[in-house]
Design a protein around this ligand. Structure first.
Ligand code: NAD
Length: 289
């Protein structure tokens, strides 16, 4: 069994991004600039945005965080998004979710110009991704593809089971694995006899958000296991009072599989790299417009 080390691979990719940014700078070209909108004071959201800012600094991007109180109106937030759409200096915009209940998240994320939608959530980008056209890819599936590529994991002709069908992970993941010539099965909360599928899978991507869901007796010997899940599980022995648990029963599954991602240190850091790669791509795709 080999660990797919997202920490190490993301470090190597960040270094490559930094070298490309340095080259852009020395050629007198534009420095990629990522903007993030943060509404309210949700602890997890603040942590995620701070991590994204640190990542930008590390690779030499410019970054801007626009902070608004949780009482901002939907109309005002739409105006702010439009200002960034029009701002030629900003290449990518993300809106940290969740937004307060009085604001329609779909309306806000779809108001972002598809040319700056580095989260890859805009219907235009989703459509382009499904058609296999070059565009921004949702960060988590993008990071997972990079991880599989880094370890040269064979996908062609393999049976891949994706557990979960969310718009940000399961659905785009299944489209990208199809493009990598896998035979793809998507399982979800209404799937019956899920183990019948997972037991025959060469690659399993678990993205359902139920800690330790995938057990050793649900997989076949030698399968590749990608664990997307991150759930905070209360644990008094930890200094934060919780531990992060994946969707895979790592301890028992690891000895049976060929490759596995740990939680933390697997898919999480690769997701952050996915966003950076999209922001760099924004320069190549749309800077000349
Ligand atoms: P979601 O809640 O939007 O979707 C969960 C999916 O799981 C649904 O499609 C549902 O049908 C399916 N599901 C639920 N119960 C099931 C069951 N018993 N059997 C089979 N399928 C079932 O979640 P999401 O946003 O896709 O995230 C999934 C998990 O991945 C969460 O733990 C989330 O925190 C984590 N996540 C991690 C990263 C990362 O960077 N590591 C990024 C995004 C999400």
């Amino acid at each position: 069994m080999k660990i797919l080390n997202g920490n190490e691979v993301s470090k190597a990719i960040k270094l490559e991004i930094k070298q490309k940014v340095d080259a852009l700078k020395s050629a007198g070209k534009k420095t990629p600039h990522l903007a993030a909108i943060l509404v309210g004071e949700d602890g997890a959201s603040m942590t995620y945005v701070a991590a994204k800012e640190r990542d930008c600094t590390e690779v030499g991007f410019n970054s801007t965080v626009l902070r608004f109180g949780s009482d901002i109106s939907e109309e005002k937030l739409l105006e702010e998004v439009e200002k960034i759409n029009q701002n030629k200096d900003i290449d990518g915009l993300i809106v940290q979710l969740p937004l307060p209940k009085h604001i329609n998240e779909k309306k806000i994320t779809e108001a972002i110009s598809y040319k700056k939608d580095v989260d890859g959530f805009h219907p235009m980008n989703v459509g382009m991704m499904f058609k296999g056209l070059r565009t921004f890819l949702p960060a988590t599936p993008y990071g997972i593809i990079k991880l599989l590529d880094h370890y040269s994991i064979e996908t062609s002709g393999k049976h891949c089971v994706v557990i979960g069908r969310s718009d940000i992970v399961g659905k785009p993941m299944s489209a990208l694995m199809l493009q990598k010539n896998c035979t793809v099965t998507v399982c979800h909360s209404k799937t019956q006899n899920l183990t019948d599928f997972t037991k025959n899978a060469d690659i399993i991507i678990a993205a359902l958000g139920i800690p330790l869901f995938l057990k050793a007796d649900m997989i076949k010997e030698g399968a590749v296991i990608i664990d997307v899940g991150i759930t905070r599980v209360a644990d008094e022995t930890s200094k934060n009072g919780f531990r992060l648990k994946g969707d895979v029963d790592y301890e028992n599954v690891a000895p049976k599989c060929s490759y596995i991602t740990p939680v933390p240190g697997g898919v999480g850091p690769m997701t952050r790299v996915g966003l950076l790669l999209n922001t760099l791509d924004a320069i190549e795709l749309y800077q000349k417009d």
